[in-house]
Design a protein around this ligand. Structure first.
Ligand SMILES: [Zn+2]
Length: 71
């Protein structure tokens, strides 16, 4: 009866693979979700010089790089 341990091993392997796959897919999905959220949050770019103003305070009236007035 050699088949039983091999079958058990296979089932275990498939289970482990399934869990690992599920975990990695879950991690990937949450990572994508995070990126989507952070992208949707505030994407501000100066229309004049094109610099990223995302890290600047939200209430700035002028672009700190070129002085362009922000709408
Ligand atoms: Zn600018």
């Amino acid at each position: 009866m050699d088949a039983v341990p091999i079958l058990l091993l296979l089932v275990l392997l498939i289970l482990i693979l399934g869990v690992a796959l599920g975990l990695s897919i879950g991690a990937l999905a949450s990572e994508v979700e995070k990126r989507k959220k952070s992208k949707n949050k505030i994407v501000r770019i100066c229309p004049k010089c094109g610099r990223d103003l995302t890290l600047m305070p939200e209430d700035i009236k002028r672009c700190p790089y070129c002085g362009n007035e922000l709408a």
